[in-house]
Design a protein around this ligand. Structure first.
Ligand code: PRP
Ligand code: URA
Length: 220
C-alpha cells in the first residue's frame, strides 16, 4: 500500500515489524477470547502511547551520574493531556496513566449509528486549559473517519492547534486516513497498521471486528 502521501502518519510496524505482526495476528483472529484480546491489545496500545510521546518537545538537561560524570540528557517540555473517544478510546486511558502519572483526561462520547455509520456526539468534557497543552487523542479504530473528525473539530474549537494533536490509533482504514489528513493536514497519526478496505457496513477489512464489543465483552 502506498502511504507516501501521508508525511504525518507514523507506523508502529516501522519500529517493531515482527512484534506488531505477532500481536496483531492474535487480536485480529476471531477465535481469540476476550481475556487474550484485552491482554494483547493492551500491549499494542502501550507501544503506541510510548511511540506517541516521542513527538513531545524536549530541552537539553544534564545530570551528574554516580560515577561523577556528566550525562547530557533531555527533559520533556510542554504539558500534555489525553482525550479519549468513548467508548472504545477508554481502553487506551490506562496506558497513558501508566506512563504519564497524573495526566489530565478529557472525554468525548461519540457513537456511530449502527445502520448509517454516521457519528453522533452525546457528551464532551475537556480540561479547561487544553489550549495550552499537547493532546493525545485516543481511539483504537479509524474507519470512515467520521467520529475522529468530529472529535478533532471539538478540540480545535477549544483553541488547540492541529500540530499539537497526536491521534493514537490501533487500526486505520485507508479511506478514513485520507479523509482525516485532507481535512487536518498538520495532525499526527500514530497507528499500528493500515487496512485497505471498508465493508458495506463501514467496518474495517480485514480489521478486527468491533473493538469496543470485543474489549468490553458486549458482542451479541
Ligand atoms: C468505533 C470506534 C471509532 C469509530 C470509528 O466506535 O471506536 O470511534 O467507531 O468509525 P468511523 O471512523 O467510521 O467513525 P463506535 O461508535 O462503534 O462505538 P464504541 O466505541 O462503543 O464501540
Ligand atoms: N469500529 C470498530 O470497532 N471496528 C470497525 O471496523 C469500524 C468501526
Amino acid at each position: 500500500m502506498d502511504l507516501s502521501g501521508f508525511p504525518n502518519l507514523h507506523l508502529l510496524t516501522d519500529i517493531f515489524p515482527n512484534q506488531v505482526k505477532g500481536l496483531m495476528t492474535i487480536i485480529r483472529d476471531r477465535e481469540t477470547d476476550r481475556d487474550r484480546f484485552i491482554f494483547y491489545a493492551d500491549r499494542l496500545i502501550r507501544l503506541l502511547v510510548e511511540r506517541s510521546l516521542e513527538f513531545l518537545p524536549v530541552a537539553p538537561e544534564s545530570v551528574v551520574t554516580p560515577t561523577d560524570a556528566t550525562y547530557a540528557g533531555a527533559r520533556f517540555l510542554g504539558q500534555i493531556c489525553a482525550v479519549s473517544v468513548l467508548r472504545a478510546g477508554e481502553s487506551m486511558e490506562m496506558a497513558v496513566r501508566d506512563v504519564c502519572g497524573k495526566v489530565r483526561l478529557g472525554k468525548i462520547l461519540i457513537q456511530r449509528d449502527e445502520e448509517t455509520a454516521e457519528p453522533h456526539l452525546y457528551y464532551s468534557k475537556l480540561p479547561p486549559d487544553i489550549s495550552d497543552r499537547w493532546v493525545l487523542l485516543l481511539d483504537p479504530m479509524l474507519a470512515t473517519g467520521g467520529s475522529i473528525i468530529k472529535a478533532i473539530e471539538i478540540i480545535k474549537e477549544k483553541g488547540v492547534p492541529e500540530e499539537r494533536i497526536i491521534f493514537v490509533n490501533l487500526v486505520s482504514a485507508l479511506f478514513g486516513l485520507s479523509r482525516v489528513f485532507s481535512r487536518f493536514p498538520q495532525i499526527r497519526i500514530v497507528t499500528a497498521e493500515v487496512d485497505p478496505e471498508l465493508n458495506d457496513r463501514c467496518y474495517i477489512v480485514p480489521g478486527l471486528g468491533d473493538f469496543g464489543d470485543r474489549y468490553f465483552g458486549t458482542e451479541r
